[in-house]
Design a protein around this ligand. Structure first.
Ligand code: PNS
Length: 162
């Protein structure tokens, strides 16, 4: 049976930190399904379609990575996709409490799905989609933190919004 992991998140937008987790996750799993949560209650910089498109371009070299969207609980989506794992990245200590809480709740909801944490590479330890967007919004240089296509899209977005 192929080992499948769901990598859930908002991906607003995908960063080099996310890509690092995906590449390393592929050493453990035969297939990774990137699952973007459909969350109408939250404000995003990029639409769902834009976020999917950026992920598709950045990950086109991997035939064993799929990009999808989902509603509801991650564990239910994982079961529906026959995935045994939920993949998440851990950066600084500040991530730990939220991730630990979520992993324990997910385990309570479905004991057959295991959360697997990968430590983010040192280079990405302080990067997040939010901090990158904030820097870019005020003209900060975000080169090397996101793929070049994403850097271009973020710049376009803020140029349009200003
Ligand atoms: O990239 P993010 O925003 O940190 O991702 C958060 C995400 C999508 C992984 C989390 O909010 C999630 O799994 N939401 C779906 C609902 C769910 O299953 N919540 C956890 C147990 S209640």
């Amino acid at each position: 049976m192929p080992k499948i992991a769901i990598y859930p998140g908002s991906f607003d937008p995908v960063t080099n930190g996310h890509l690092d987790i995906i590449e390393r996750g592929l050493k453990l799993f035969d297939k990774i399904i990137i699952a973007i949560l459909i969350n109408p209650g939250k404000q995003f910089l990029f639409t769902l379609e834009e976020r999917m498109q950026m992920l598709e371009v950045c990950l086109k070299k991997f035939s064993n990575v799929e990009i999808d969207t989902f509603n509801g609980l991650t564990v239910d989506y994982a079961a529906q996709r026959n995935a045994q794992g939920i993949l998440r990245g851990l950066r600084a200590l500040s991530d730990f409490e939220y991730e630990f809480q979520m992993a324990l709740m997910n385990r309570r909801l479905n004991r057959d799905v295991q959360t697997v944490f990968l430590m983010t590479g040192m280079r990405w330890i302080y990067t997040s989609s939010s901090i990158i967007k904030e820097a870019a919004q005020f003209g900060g240089n975000i080169k090397g933190m996101v793929p070049p296509l994403v850097e271009k899209k973020i710049k376009e977005k803020y140029a349009r919004n200003s």
